[in-house]
Design a protein around this ligand. Structure first.
Ligand SMILES: [Zn+2]
Length: 322
């Protein structure tokens, strides 16, 4: 179930995975308890968006522990692989303190976020960490019933909660966001610098889908709000989860008809410009601009338009002297 080829953007870092989610098992308390007692089962511990990874030369992998070594915390079923190993996540404390740090450093183990290692992990681990971070973020921030305020109780698989007072059921939230590459009739691409980003980082435009709005409507609205450009021919490219804390990024392309001036909103954006392929490559090679990292769908969309890999990531020197 590797996801290479699922979208024209190729294998997106956080849209990979090899573990079957076994959704039908989530309500099977006996099966879940038996799996939790099975020493072959493996647990991924997540704490405030971080997990332990082991680095050995250029190989990075998750540190998974047997259930008996997992800390207490909210538990959820992640799935089962082709070898019938069952995977759980636990939102709970990572081993801490000088002794643990020393032992881990000797073994090449460190704490890492999904953003840091999402593109470096193998398919199985990228899928497990993305799934676990998304569920842990939801459990950590949705502890009470929105109807009556009582503390909710997770179901056996940890993919929903219920309210013991009024019986209402609650499911994990995902916020849809659109991210879009806009081109003009010369096939130049619109790149913008967010006012909150340091240095000269640029990316394509993005924004959240509002209630009662389609993704395509959100593309048109966000581009107009942020740059004053009217776009047509909005078409879908692919998606990847971005559970920091709970987004699903929906990638699009759109066309900007000729004869329009960019009018940056100066609230979200500091600047926006059209770039030909040659302009962009030259600016990156001169290190005047930086692009988003390869863990992001933005990077894949920009490189799909460019026609190949581009140099640089977010790591850009300070802005040029004025
Ligand atoms: Zn309630």
């Amino acid at each position: 179930m590797s996801s290479a080829g699922l979208s024209p953007l190729g294998a997106l870092a956080l849209a990979r995975g090899t573990v079957d989610r076994v959704t039908k098992r989530r309500t099977d308390k006996d099966w879940i308890e038996a799996a939790w007692k099975d020493p072959r089962s493996r647990v991924l511990v997540v704490c405030e968006g971080q997990a332990l990874v082991r680095e050995d030369r250029d190989r990075v992998e998750l540190v998974l522990v047997p259930p008996e070594q997992a800390p207490s915390g909210t538990r959820f079923l992640l799935g089962q692989d082709a070898g019938e190993v069952v995977y759980f996540g636990v939102s709970g404390p990572l081993p801490a303190g000088p002794e643990a740090d020393e032992r881990h450093a000797a073994d090449g183990i460190r704490k890492a976020t999904l953003r840091e290692v999402g593109a470096l992990l193998p398919d199985r681990d990228a899928g497990l960490l993305t799934h676990a971070v998304a569920l842990a973020n939801w459990h950590d921030t949705h502890t009470h019933c929105p109807l009556c305020g009582s503390a909710t109780v997770p179901d056996p698989g940890g993919h929903s909660t219920y309210c013991p007072v009024d019986g209402s059921e609650h499911f994990p939230r995902t916020d849809p966001a659109v991210i879009m590459l806009v081109t003009d009739p010369q096939d130049r691409c619109l790149l913008a610098r967010n006012a909150a980003w340091p240095g000269r980082r640029v990316s394509i435009l993005a924004g959240f889908v509002e209630p009662g709005e389609s993704a395509e409507q959100a593309v048109i609205r966000e581009v107009a709000e942020e740059t004053g450009i009217t776009v047509t021919n909005v078409r879908y490219l692919g998606s990847q989860p971005w559970p920091m804390p709970r987004s699903l990024m929906l990638g699009f392309r759109a066309d900007a008809p000729a004869g329009q001036d960019i009018a940056v909103d100066h609230e979200e954006l500091a600047e926006a410009h059209w770039f030909s392929r040659g302009d962009l490559l030259a600016a990156l090679e001169r290190r005047e601009l930086g692009l988003p990292p390869s863990v992001s769908i933005a990077r894949h969309i920009i490189e799909a338009w460019y026609g190949g890999p581009l140099p640089s990531a977010w790591t850009v020197p300070p802005p040029p002297p004025r």
